[in-house]
Ligand binder design. Structure first.
Ligand code: C2E
Ligand code: MG
Ligand code: MG
Length: 694
């Protein structure tokens, strides 16, 4: 104890307490009781105190104890301390100090008043370092702090930043030097600072109640002023200066982006970015609720590109996707902001129109909307790989303010769309209850068809085909359903249903077999033996990979002369795979069967297709024939088709000849064959035989 100042160690040198202090491993410091600036003066330090603080006795004794604080201590701390000491009691508490090399450390102090002869009162401070909390000294904790992948900020009780790790520096764009000593609100967006300060004060005044805190939906502010979403955790450090808090900060921008993406995908279509069916249904439900409140009508419009499958098949799925995206873009721009445009099926868009007023206004508005949308979607698409023209069909239904449900509305609008499709391309159809009844009727027909096929209720009728002299040279076989209760049903009401259900293959095969059997029987009769009979083949039936084989086996079975058989096809069978269709026609023609292109003049009537198809006959569609010669356009079209057939070396047939006048005109234009009510409707085989005999 030789280097302790003589003047003040009169008692210490010899007292028991002094020797104990020299020996103990606890750090001990004796100061004056002076609490005012510059603070208590150090009178004595023991060796443990020197090694803990990093200073020598000479550097400490005679100095103010405050040299060991890293900053001006909290005044509340001094008030507490003064009260305790003046009442002669010991003070205990935790405090943060700095080592000589600058690293802070935590320690628990106990301050005891001591009376002696030199001074009225001295303070004996025994300090016990709390190793587990010692930041600066503990290399392990230090490493963890700095290596942590989350931002860590140690905030002192006064709200100033004590230290930050590298991740926090990176997150906020400040260096540690720029942050230490600054208020933590520096890292909070401007407008949230005041609130943050209040929160921090409240938090620090309830040390007991403080738990691990956490917060989401918060924002941090970088040095450059930019912001980012953060999730923070608050861990109170009770042993540090009162109310110090370790704040952990995670940048959750990426997580938020992923969450937003998941949310987006749950309600949107990834290809077009439009709302998906699920969101659409939610919004329709909401709209119906809104209509119930307002008593107004709304409308649902469904838009579907025509021949979309053909585009996919002929020009690839990427073109199909491109069309959908382009249409989605045009439709969204046209519908305007705030209006729901959704992709509700593979190639179906829906637009929700709400609050349209009374029913009649709502229908008018929705129809106008659908017409404009049709024009906009029908404008040419210019793609790098070549342009494209699209048409769309649309269905419309009203949304009723009462008793409507989203399922019913979707069902109705779907029926309207199907109706528009049936009517041909580029149509708009508004749902009305008759549609619903016909849909139910179709469902009933579909249900009954398999039994009807087994009971041989599908039979061919024959419509005579005559030459310019009016002689019967052949017939077109037209299917009829002899329904046990409904009587004779025309193909228009069941062939489309059979095509949809797939029963067309079996029905078509049965027709062909019956016709071939008939032609084979007629071959035995002199007057009927040279007739050429045509049979209609639906595109779906024609595309069946087994088609050629099935025709061949029917020819073999019935031993019919293939030169008496003609198959009627339409252009649409070329849309899927033109090369395959052409190869099939060629194979059947090699067997001796001839081919007619039916309904020419409607559809595409593409010259390119016509040139490629190996055909024998061309049938002018009855819609033109029936209009002529009164309608000059129809007449011009008919003349052109006859000339075209002649140029291509095809026999031309006019169907739908109803008047002598039309027949005369057609003969003058050098059409070669004629079919129509003027000569005969389609009739049963026996009746046909009698008619030919006459
Ligand atoms: P299509 O092949 O164009 O047949 C001509 C249609 O016009 C027939 O109607 C015929 O009865 C009708 N028709 C004939 N002459 C006249 C006339 O002077 N005026 C008017 N207004 N109509 C006339 P149908 O028999 O109702 O057949 C309708 C369509 O059903 C046919 O059109 C054909 O596409 C299809 N179809 C008929 N039979 C079959 C079949 O066995 N298989 C397949 N897949 N489709 C068939
Ligand atoms: Mg036909
Ligand atoms: Mg026809």
């Amino acid at each position: 104890m030789t280097d302790v100042p003589r003047s003040q160690l009169a008692t210490w040198e010899h007292c028991l307490l002094g020797s104990a202090a020299e020996a103990t491993t606890d750090a001990v410091v004796v100061t004056t009781a002076e609490l005012n600036a510059p603070g208590p003066e150090i009178i004595y330090v023991n060796p443990a105190f020197c090694s803990m603080t990093g200073y020598s006795r000479d550097e400490l004794v005679g100095q103010s104890i405050r040299m060991l604080y890293d900053q001006k201590p909290d005044p509340a701390f001094f008030q507490d301390l003064r009260k305790t000491i003046q009442s002669g009691r010991s003070y205990r508490g935790a405090t943060l100090k700095h080592h000589k090399d600058g690293t802070p450390y935590l320690c628990e102090v106990s301050i005891t008043p001591v009376h002696d002869k030199v001074a009225d009162c001295m303070r004996l401070v025994s300090i016990q370092r709390r190793v587990e909390d010692a930041w600066g000294q503990d290399r392990y904790l230090e490493t963890v702090f700095h290596a942590a992948p989350v931002g860590l900020i140690l905030v002192r009780g006064d709200g100033r930043i004590d230290r930050v790790n590298e991740t926090a520096e990176e997150l906020f764009g400040y260096s540690a030097g720029e942050l230490v000593g600054r208020e933590v609100e520096l890292l909070v967006p401007d407008e949230a600072r005041a609130h943050h300060r209040d929160y921090r004060t409240a938090y620090s005044h309830q040390p007991r109640a403080r738990q691990m805190g956490a917060g989401r939906d918060l924002e941090g502010q970088r040095k450059d002023g930019s912001r980012f979403p953060v999730e923070i955790g608050l861990a109170p450090l009770e042993t540090v200066e009162r109310a110090a808090v370790l704040v952990s900060v995670i940048d959750i921008a990426e997580r938020k982006r992923q969450e937003a993406e998941i949310e987006f995908l749950a309600f949107n279509d990834p290809l077009t970015g439009l709302a998906n069916r699920r969101l659409c249904m939610d919004r329709i439900t909401e709209a119906i609720e809104g209509l119930t409140d307002s008593g107004q009508f709304g409308a649902l419009v469904v838009i579907d590109p025509d021949r979309f499958q053909a585009l996919n098949d002929t020009r690839g799925h990427s073109r199909g996707d491109q069309l959908l995206c382009d249409m989605a873009g045009r439709l969204t721009a046209f519908a305007g902001p705030g209006r729901l445009v959704a992709r509700v099926g593979a190639d179906e868009f829906a637009v929700l129109l709400d609050d349209l007023g009374q029913a009649s206004d709502a229908i008018r508005y929705a129809e106008r909307f659908a017409q404009q949308a049709r024009d906009i979607l029908g404008a040419p698409y210019s793609w790098k790989q070549g342009g494209y023209y699209a048409t769309v069909s649309s269905g419309i239904t009203l949304l009723h303010p009462e008793d409507d449900t989203v399922e019913d509305a979707l069902k109705r609008v779907d029926l309207a769309l199907q109706d528009a499709k049936r009517e041909g391309r580029n149509r708009i159809s508004v749902f009305d209850p008759v549609l619903q009844r016909s849909a139910e009727e179709r469902a009933r027909i579909e249900h009954q068809m398999p039994a009807a096929l087994a009971n041989e209720e599908f039979v061919p009728y024959y419509q005579p085909c005559v030459d310019a002299a009016g002689r019967c040279v052949g017939a077109e076989a037209l299917i009829r359903w002899q329904h046990p209760t409904h009587g004779l049903i025309s193909p228009g009401s069941f062939i489309p249903v059979a095509e949809e259900s797939g029963l067309i293959h079996a029905i078509g095969e049965s027709m062909l077999r019956q016709v071939c059997e008939q032609v084979a029987r007629w071959a035995l009769d002199e007057s009927l033996s040279r007739l050429e009979v045509s049979v209609n083949v639906s595109p779906k039936q024609f595309r069946d990979p087994d088609f050629v084989h099935s025709v061949k086996s029917i020819l073999d079975e019935t031993r019919v002369n293939p030169h008496q058989l003609c198959l009627e096809v339409t252009e649409s069978l070329l849309f899927d795979d033109a090369d395959e269709a052409i190869a099939r026609i060629a194979a059947l023609r090699r067997m001796g069967i001839s081919f007619a292109l039916d309904d020419f003049g409607t559809g595409y009537s593409s010259m390119a297709y016509l040139k490629r198809l190996p055909l024998d006959l061309l049938k002018i569609d009855q819609s033109f024939v029936r209009e002529m010669p009164a309608d000059s356009d129809a007449t011009a079209i008919v003349e052109t088709i006859i000339a075209l057939a002649d140029n291509l070396g095809l026999t031309c047939i006019a169907e739908g000849v109803e008047t002598e006048e039309a027949w005369r005109f057609l003969r003058e234009a050098e059409c070669q064959r004629f079919q129509g009510y003027l000569f005969s409707p389609a009739i049963p085989a026996e009746q046909f035989e009698r008619q030919v005999a006459r």
